[in-house]
Design a protein around this ligand. Sequence first.
Ligand SMILES: Cc1ncc(COP(=O)(O)O)c(C=O)c1O
Length: 400
Amino acid sequence: MAVVVSQLIQALEPSATLAMAAKAKELKAAGRTIYDLSLGEPDFATPEHICEAAIDAMRKGHTHYTVASGIPELKRAVVRQYHERYGLEYPPENVVISNGAKHAIHNVFACLLNPGDEMIIPAPYWVSYAELVKLTGAVPVVVNTPQSNGFKLTAEAFRAAITPKTKALLLCSPSNPTGTMYSKEELQALADVILDTDLAVVADEIYDRLVYTDRPYASFPTVRPGLKDRTVIVNGVSKTYAMTGWRIGWAIAPNKAFAKAMGDLQSQETSNPCSISQHAAIAAIQGPQDCVETMRQEFDKRRRYVASRLEAIAGLSCPTMEGAFYAFVNLTQHLGKTYAGVRVDHDTQWCLELLGQKGVASVMGSAFGAPGYVRFSFATSMENLAAAMDAIEEFINSAE
Ligand SMILES: Cc1ncc(COP(=O)(O)O)c(C=O)c1O
């Protein structure tokens, strides 16, 4: 056979959420009502002034190739925003605009990692990190973190995972899937390890604007002097401005050479990100920010509701949700039981039975490297959340 899948791609894990998505689709097609708590995107419409900016961009003829690494106005808007919010100063040339934050992460990994290098990824983790590391020929080193610590990596666990092959640490705060956020002090403890070594950090800050605590968000390079040179920041408009479909994210590199490498890579792989979306992203970043606060407040209301409902169900536990829009719930007390005659031992089975028996779609913890857990997204209406929480409670109470 001539057309054979390469070893690198054969090693990719197919998405563990596919079985759930397929079953949800099948049930919907059969006329069942499905409450979808598996979503990883805001359910709000993109704010009107952003859509208007896109229409305006099209009318003005911004419908052609742009510089591969993104238009200078958007890069300037990105660095201005990071300066205003976190006091960090970068030249616009250090920014590469990509087709969503996921693409930015791919660019960072591809430019940072050599085959055989190790990247430390705290678990539970967002699924794509490990797979994107593998695509470079490097090795994801997964370090489990305990629920008792809010699923956050400690300096001790981090230090213990470092080997001569370690190249970098991946940090995601607030976290998908756990909904927890590192405090400044916790980041400083990790930073001290970093500064003792020559490791780099990839800081995925995509949920930095969806924070529900009074503690201010700490962008990683700000927590200790010297970190800025070691850190590549990833962020984007997807979650903050309800713009997942527009596909605009970015990486901010510590130096121009690294940014140039990412731009060169992108120029060969995808050319520029969508010209129209780039103009929409400028409007998002530079326009009125009250839409961000309105969405954040609505997420916060839902978060409180979901937390109160989960608390009332015996045997479930979940760390306080401080950011993003996920509850990461410990199911272990409800496994090894029988639900409507079906014995359920594993989180994947639990999620499939919850979907089949009660019509609630969720994502199994195993998909995030954390068997025994389930992720519920609260990026859906209060009405759906109320119906879903009733159904989850009934499902759990039915277990024998
Ligand atoms: C932690 C994290 N990083 C990055 C992304 C990717 O965002 P984008 O849609 O901009 O590619 C997601 C999306 O789910 C995410 O949860």
